[in-house]
Ligand binder design. Structure first.
Ligand SMILES: *Cc1c(COP(=O)(O)O)cnc(C)c1O
Length: 376
């Protein structure tokens, strides 16, 4: 029996256990301690100057706290990319706010600037200018940062950058995770590096970071007893998990290289099948970590990728369709949507291919074999 090939599985670097053992040796088995502080420092050093990182229990928790920090209230409009994982949108509902879902453009598959502006104008026409724009860098591909930032600044609406999938990607040489008024990364088990489960908020100043840490640790005021003037959350990262993250940070550059090599591997195969495209960088302004390599049927090709997915499944190889857009999800039925059918078409016509940094040569041979047989 062949072993299962996963879409994107955890890939340890080697020194994770050292940090975990330190946590045990010093009894820092808590949502605080040297690994939490160390991981925050590692990320600050990686991302560059003027960022302040708060380590949390998940990317979803980070997105939720981002909305809390921006003062989103029940009934407020929040613009959100429709083509994404549900975790980008769910926190809007946690707040009692109203999502305005927006289509993708065809180049990066992220927020379409025209549709974003339509959503902003809609909000203003209702007397409620949207309070935030949630911009995703899907599959590691940076969104159109210049265009979206221009709209954000012109209307005075902050960007929440959901770079859960984009650690290591850059736009015009600047790292993803530094473009939002508040930015978010995820270290879930399937991401480019992992803490088993975890995420971070990336903030622009120390005071906001302190506020984020305060809120994520149950909002305890300064008193000998527990005194609360604000609703708190239990969202801080565990010091054990953070130890995994510190080990993973040591191999991040290697992981980016490996994921990009996967993309090259698929490019060589799909070069022979012109009915497919491979989701790729639009220009040298864009540098993707290629968290997942995604192939799609070219416009006009009348087929679906479902049969291909099944062929992989028969060989115990995990692939997945592109994200189903949020405006088509039953749970978001009736929510307002701006744009056309770009996201919807991608959903029916794309397939996410095995993209782990730990794919072996024999895994790649098996994948190539299935692809070439299925596409013949
Ligand atoms: C993974 C992911 C999240 C959520 O992160 P978790 O750490 O799993 O909570 C949010 N947005 C996107 C786009 C993601 O891929």
């Amino acid at each position: 029996m062949n072993k299962k090939i996963w879409l994107s599985s955890p890939h340890m670097g080697g020194s994770e256990m050292k940090y975990i053992e330190e946590a045990f040796a010093e009894n820092w088995i808590a949502p605080m301690g040297p690994n939490v502080n160390g991981l925050e420092e590692d990320l600050q050093n990686y991302l560059g100057e003027n960022v302040h990182v708060a380590a949390l229990s998940s990317g979803t928790a980070a997105l939720h706290l981002a909305l809390v920090l921006l003062g989103i209230e029940a009934g407020d409009f929040v613009i959100c990319q429709s083509l994404t994982f549900s975790a980008s949108a769910n926190p809007i509902i946690y707040m009692g706010a109203e999502p305005l879902f927006v289509d993708s453009e065809k180049d990066t598959w992220n927020l379409c600037p025209t549709a974003v502006e339509d959503a902003v104008k809609f909000g203003i026409s209702k007397g409620k200018k949207p309070k935030a724009i949630i911009a995703v860098s899907l599959y590691g591909m940076p969104f159109k940062v210049a265009e979206i930032t221009e709209i954000s600044q012109r209307y005075g609406i902050p960007i929440i950058e959901d770079s859960a999938e984009a650690l290591g990607s850059t736009y015009k040489g600047q790292k993803c995770g530094t473009f939002g008024d508040i930015s978010v990364l995820s270290f879930n088990g399937n991401k480019i590096i992992t803490t088993s489960g975890g995420g971070v908020l990336i903030l622009k100043n120390k005071d906001v970071k302190h506020r984020a840490v305060f809120l994520s640790t149950q909002a305890k005021d300064d008193a000998p007893h527990y005194e609360h003037t604000t609703i708190g959350y239990n969202y801080r990262m565990s010091n054990v998990s953070a130890g995994i993250g510190r080990g993973q940070m040591e191999v991040l550059e290697e992981r980016i290289r490996q994921r990009r090599a996967n993309h090259e591997f698929y490019r060589e195969i799909f070069n022979d099948y012109p009915e497919f495209g491979l989701h790729s960088e639009l220009s040298s302004d864009y540098f993707s970590n290629y968290w997942l390599s995604v192939a799609y049927l070219q416009p006009g090709v009348d087929r679906s990728t479902e049969r291909l997915r099944q062929r992989f499944e028969e060989e115990d190889i995990e692939t997945r369709p592109i994200w189903k857009p949020m405006h088509l999800q039953p749970v978001f039925k009736g929510k307002t949507y701006f744009g056309n059918d770009v996201a919807e078409n991608l959903f029916g016509r794309g397939i996410c291919l095995p993209s782990g940094s730990n794919l072996s040569d024999s895994d790649k041979n098996r994948i190539a074999d299935v692809l070439r047989k299925a596409l013949r």
